[in-house]
Design a binder for this molecule. Sequence first.
Ligand SMILES: [Zn+2]
Length: 181
Amino acid sequence: MKNIAFLVVDFVNEFINGNVCSSRAKHCIKPAKELVSYAHKHKIPVIFVNDMHDKKDKELKIWGIHSLKNSNSSKIYKEIPVNKIDIIIPKHTYTGFYNTKLNSTLKKLKINTLVIFGLYLNICVKYTLVDAYLNGYKIYLAKDATDAFTKETYEQSSVEIKTITDAKFVSNKQLFKELEK
Ligand SMILES: [Zn+2]
């Protein structure tokens, strides 16, 4: 499929084993690796949107210090294969679209479809996904590589996203089958 990119949200150390993490991130690692490797193999652009906070960022008052830029906690988790051509876009709040180069980067690449996954569905994945929807992108949510802080927030966020967007929730297997069409 042409005009597609994989958008990886906050797959950084902070959210896997840092101060703001959930044990529910662990099972997302293997499927996320599989997705990124698939994209590399099929020459699909991979864009990482990562929390890289300044100490003055607003949400730090709520969440405490986390994922500061130039720190180990804002680095992409070591098991995720990152290629030189992959694009890393820093973000300072919940959505990858707010005051970032994400939308202009996607326009430059002529992307109209996004496969979104990462951590966590109830916050950054949700806000990034809703903004992607509002900006006109067709969206697949790769559910094997995405989770929320708790089972309850996962279910609640899934219902919210399905109510207010037309994002299609797919397993890796379903996604790969869909992309072969
Ligand atoms: Zn943050």
